[in-house]
Design a protein around this ligand. Structure first.
Ligand code: TRP
Ligand code: ZN
Length: 851
């Protein structure tokens, strides 16, 4: 079926729906190719909207069997997008029966099947593929759902009110928009536990998985209970049903979904065991469980008026889950990891043709706006707000938000108003963070005279198609001062920059200090501070802000790599000496030391070069990064073995921060050792490994050393029946391939019998890895561009959402030389020329291509 012609939706056009929905009753009779959905919907005129005599209901790919209003059959007008029907002037009941085909729903949106199990994904606009309904988040209602099917487990939102053989009836007392609807039916087993809330409510907790996965549930359950407790303690938010269910699904487009009382998770985002999951997997699972649970208040109890307000729930919930991880693990380590991620994904997005504000003003396909900008920059904006108003006012404002807007479909205006009302501040200028695309560039000039240091900042945001004329932002700049002897001249103070240029003075200083600026990355900006390498090395060694110590190391590394790329310079000795000192400093925690050893990603270096008006050469960037790693291997040649041994964990595996930090340092050392011993230590670690973190890191090093063949086969034989581990096996081979082999490696893997492009995890394992391999993806042959385009064309008719997300690989095309630009555009145009291309992919590629 052909998608409707692309239509642009504008924030400015918002109008309320003419009706409210008093109640919804749904009855599902499940069958793989012919599921029947009967609906009974009570409508009443919306007192806040103007009355209309014809009603529109969304509905896509539905076979209408019958419809009636107040019991009398009606024949609605049908289109690709829904139905239109004449309605009476007061309240009325609309009934319909439709037929859908879950077994052939490869888009994984609406009701679909995964390994014989039925499940749903309705955010953002998937409910309209289940039945006719006003599928918009400001229409909220109470749902009662009956599920009839042959499966032992039949689930929906809320509380069970009736359970018989092959039939279950559920009632969710909390009014909700349709995007939070969920249904699951399958042959599943539950890992169960309980939680008692702060007011004494007894909650049953279940994690439902396929038989065989029972052994991978304990960690997720523990993370859920920790999240429930944390939200009570930190935000005063309590759970509000007697039951909380999580279901793991193998075929899923994203990480997880916060459906009321019935969260549905990609199995990669919930199933964990030491033997099959890495430390990074454990940390990510803990964060996603928390994220979805926290949505119960920030998203479900208070939802979004329209999809332009997506950051209202996502930015805030990401911010909350990052606070949770900081509390459960190490706050500086979490901050550094988040900044690496923000720079890698959001800064790249903000610099290219897909740049958009945290609250976009128009879209064609909302699925294309679940972006790093909405999520991660959206969270940064909340962090800045908290920094500006202080912790106490922040939590007061949040209390007011929950009190004032509970049960609402709210807006960013509502959100900012609670802060204005709590603090008396005017947030008009601050609101630009929601309205303007682009990353502000902040430049610092320093002047020291007698006892006074003057810091003069200028800010400038490059214009973009989305924001042609950016205005100055409110930028919180956390600053500290460090004397030459390493003592602190000034503890952290937050400067509030509001103008294009602004000076701040610090008097009464005994000596000229080094300014430690943008501590904790207090704003998502690109800072230029003309510090000498000596001053940077001083901060790297002495700064009292851990984030900024890391940042100075990173800046030195970046500076050195850029000179290596530009002039063929040798690796900077000051950088190497500084890093050697911090990494061997046992007073620092191992996780931080491991992070200090990291280099800016090759894609980040390309961004920086492009920003400086140069044309990045992926091969040169790759070569410089390799040379630097060789230099690090030399620098640590006499310490690596000792550090490796000292940080090798012998105690039974525990996924907590302490052991994980040690493993990250020992594995960082292993990669330096492997450059010198040809893989002997890696082979020993591989042979001894009793957990996936150790096994996978050893395997990666063996491949890099050219000694991976036997272990790759052994790994396959050991894990061929575990889909999540096999995803790692697929991804790692692409990740560790030499740049000239990356595309061929990926291509060969697509011919492996275990490759299945219909499974998003497997598709992303291969192509996500290819796209992340900067020098491999951008290899001068253009082979990776062609391969990716071939597979995007294959996948688009089956799964537009996953196809469109993967298109962002092409967003950086303008950075590169004319030859690569031509090759990329040829592939973009080839995809765009495909008949019946989805709205999702069409919008992405059209935006990437530009006007
Ligand atoms: N709301 C989900 C979250 O962030 C994400 C989400 C949106 C999603 N659309 C989706 C997940 C489609 C899976 C499929 O928590
Ligand atoms: Zn979310």
């Amino acid at each position: 079926m052909r998608d409707a012609a692309p239509k642009t939706i504008y924030l400015a056009d918002y109008t309320p729906y003419p009706w409210t929905v008093e109640s919804v009753d749904l009855h599902f009779t499940l069958a793989p190719n012919a599921t029947r959905v009967r609906s009974v919907i009570r409508f009443a005129p919306n007192p806040n909207a103007s009355a209309e005599d014809a009603m529109f209901l969304h509905g896509e790919k539905l076979k209408l069997i019958s419809a009636a209003i107040d019991g009398a059959p009606v024949t609605p007008d049908l289109s690709d997008e829904g139905l239109q029907v004449a309605v009476p002037s007061g309240a009325f009941t609309f009934e319909a029966e439709v037929e859908i085909d879950p077994a052939n729903n490869t888009a994984l949106e609406g009701l679909y099947m995964s390994n014989g199990m039925y499940c749903t994904q309705c955010e953002a606009e998937g409910f309209r593929k289940i039945t006719f309904y006003p599928d918009r988040p400001d229409v909220m209602s109470v749902f009662t759902v009956t599920v009839e099917g042959p499966h032992p487990v039949l689930l929906s939102n809320g509380n069970p009110v009736l359970t018989q053989n092959h039939l279950a009836k559920w009632h969710d007392p909390w009014p909700k928009p349709a995007y939070l609807f969920a249904l699951v039916a399958g042959d599943l087993v539950a890992h169960s536990d309980t939680f008692t809330t702060m007011s004494g409510r007894h909650v049953d907790l279940n994690l439902y998985v396929r038989p065989g996965d029972e052994g991978k549930c304990a960690f997720g359950m523990q993370a859920l209970k920790a999240s429930m407790k944390w939200d009570e303690e930190v935000y005063g938010r309590e759970y509000d049903l007697d039951l909380f269910n999580i279901v793991a699904v193998d075929d899923f487009n994203m990480g997880a979904m916060e459906n009321k009382g019935l969260n549905i998770f990609n199995s990669s985002a919930v199933l964990a065991s030491p033997e099959t999951s890495t430390d990074m997997n454990f940390e990510r699972i803990e964060a996603i469980i928390a994220h979805e649970y926290f949505h119960n208040w920030t998203g479900n109890r208070i939802t979004c008026r329209d999809w332009f307000q997506l950051c209202l729930k996502e930015g805030l919930t990401v911010y909350r889950d990052s606070q949770f991880t900081s509390d459960m693990r190490s706050a500086p380590v979490k901050r550094i990891s988040d900044v690496i991620d923000l720079r890698g994904r959001q800064f790249a997005e903000d610099q290219g043709p897909l740049a958009h504000p945290v609250r976009p003003e128009s879209f064609q396909e909302i699925n294309n706006f679940y972006t790093a900008t909405v999520y991660e920059k959206g969270a940064e904006v909340i962090g800045m707000l908290k920094t500006l108003v202080g912790d106490e006012a922040y939590y007061q404002a949040l209390d007011l938000y929950f009190e004032r807007h509970d049960g609402d479909a709210a807006t960013i205006e509502d959100w900012l108003k609670v802060f204005e009302d709590t603090t008396g501040r005017n947030l008009t200028q601050f609101k630009r963070w929601y309205a303007q695309a682009g990353t502000p560039r902040v430049t610092l000039e320093e002047n020291f005279e007698l006892d006074t240091l003057t810091l003069t900042f200028t800010q400038h945001t490059p214009p973009s198609a989305a924001t042609p004329d950016p205005q100055p932002q409110v930028i919180p700049i956390a600053v500290g001062l460090i004397y030459p002897d390493g003592t602190e001249a000034l503890e952290t103070r937050v400067l509030e920059m509001t103008k294009a240029e602004q000076s701040f003075r610090f008097t009464g200083l005994e000596d000229e200090p080094v300014a430690s600026v943008l501590r904790g990355f207090s704003a998502p900006v690109v800072l230029t501070q003309n510090l000498s390498d000596t001053d940077r090395a001083h901060l790297l060694a002495n700064d009292t802000d851990t984030f900024n110590r890391w940042e100075q190391g990173r800046t030195l590394a970046r500076g050195s790599l850029l000179s290596m790329i530009r002039t063929g310079a040798a690796p900077d000795a000051k950088y190497l000496a500084g890093i050697h000192a911090v990494v061997t400093d046992t007073s620092l925690d191992p996780a931080t030391r491991a992070l200090m050893l990291g280099l800016p990603s090759q894609s980040d270096l390309a961004t920086t070069l492009h920003d400086a008006g140069e044309t990045p050469d992926p091969a040169a960037i790759y070569a410089a990064s390799e040379t630097m790693r060789e230099a690090l291997a030399d620098t640590f040649s006499s310490d690596a073995a000792g550090l490796y041994a000292a940080n090798t964990v012998t105690a039974p595996y525990d996924p907590g921060a302490e052991q994980a930090g040690k493993r990250s340092l020992s594995n960082a050392m292993l990669s330096l050792i492997t450059r010198r011993d040809g893989g002997a230590a890696a082979q020993a670690q591989y042979d001894a490994a009793d957990n996936m973190t150790q096994q996978l890191s050893a395997l990666a090093n063996l491949i890099r050393a050219g000694k991976g063949t036997a272990s790759l086969t052994a790994f396959y034989d050991q894990w061929k029946d575990d889909r999540l581990v096999m995803d790692k096996w697929f991804g790692l081979q692409v990740m560790e391939a030499a740049p000239e082999d990356a595309a061929a490696t990926a291509e060969a893997l697509t011919r492996h019998p275990d490759f299945n492009h219909k499974n998003p995890n497997r598709f992303r394992a291969v192509f996500g890895a290819l796209v992340m391999h900067h020098a491999g993806f951008h290899h001068a042959s253009g082979a990776a561009y062609t391969l990716l385009a071939d597979w995007l064309i294959t996948l688009d008719p089956l799964n537009p959402q996953t196809t469109a997300r993967m298109c962002s690989a092409f967003q950086t095309w303008k950075r590169y030389d004319a030859h690569r630009q031509r090759m990329i555009l040829a592939q973009v145009d080839r995809i765009l020329a495909t008949p019946n291309l989805s709205r999702d992919t069409t919008e992405m590629l059209t935006r990437i291509r530009g006007a």
